[in-house]
Design a protein around this ligand. Structure first.
Ligand SMILES: [Zn+2]
Length: 240
């Protein structure tokens, strides 16, 4: 348990970096919906195409990806996300390499988020999908120091006119020891609805198991900060 809880200041803009379609909904959709209602501009980057997320013997990655990318657009539109950038890396094949780091630096310099939200790459006791670890690690590195420093990825300035940008913090979802919480009591139903947009993953509506899964998770997260429903994050602050 953390010694003290951090306070999350209201951002003007936020960027969510999600490895697969549906991860952002599980990790932070209640927070995003709350912020959007309060006037925050939110953007999503979807790193992989989700093409491996189907265990049906007749499934193929291309069709699965097309379905899941549309589900991600539907979920983002439902809660008022302004734009979804789809990087289109094959599901399960993300690498911590120059190309992926540059993609995320480009998004940060373009959208200028005060807060970047992404998976916690450092879980010790409960194993994460490889794409989640790499998404989290590269999102943090892209936020600090790469997007901040002019001479990193200089070509983004020279050929695309993207100025360096200092992001204040990362909020890591899926953290084993969250130290920052958002009260999502008012937007719990938006989170459920957004997750239900991923029909290929959660089945047809109405789906009471999905609703129970979301409510139980948010209720457990709310115990420490004293909210009916919450989302918990580990906060990483950067020098500005
Ligand atoms: Zn995932």
């Amino acid at each position: 348990m953390p010694d003290t809880l951090e306070t999350i200041e209201q951002p003007e803009r936020a960027l969510v970096v999600t490895p697969h379609p549906d991860d952002a909904e599980i990790g932070c959709a209640g927070t995003i919906s709350k912020w959007v209602k309060e006037g925050v501009e939110v953007y999503y980057v979807l790193c992989t195409d989700g093409g491996k997320g189907n265990n049906n013997p007749d499934a193929n990655p291309q069709e699965t990806a097309a379905i899941r990318e549309q589900e991600q657009r539907d979920a983002a539109a439902l809660i008022g996300v302004k734009d979804v950038v789809m990087l289109g890396y094959p599901d399960g094949e993300l690498e911590d390499n120059y190309e992926f780091r540059k993609d995320l630096v480009r998004a940060i310099r373009r959208f200028k988020p005060d807060i970047v939200l992404c998976p916690d790459p450092y879980r010790r006791n409960f194993y994460w999908h490889r794409d989640h670890r790499i998404t989290g690690q590269v999102s943090i590195d892209a936020s600090f120091p790469y997007a901040r420093d002019r001479l990193h990825f200089l070509e983004l300035w020279e050929s695309e006119g993207l100025e360096p940008f200092k992001t204040g913090m990362c909020l890591l979802w899926g953290a084993e020891e969250p130290n920052a919480f958002v009260d999502i009591t008012g937007t719990i139903y938006d989170k459920i609805e957004a997750l239900m947009c991923h029909r290929s993953q959660v089945g047809e509506r109405p789906n009471l198991n999905v609703e129970k899964f979301v409510r139980d998770g948010a209720q457990a997260a709310g115990e420490l900060p004293g909210h009916e429903y919450a989302e918990g994050f580990r906060m990483l602050r950067f020098r500005r």
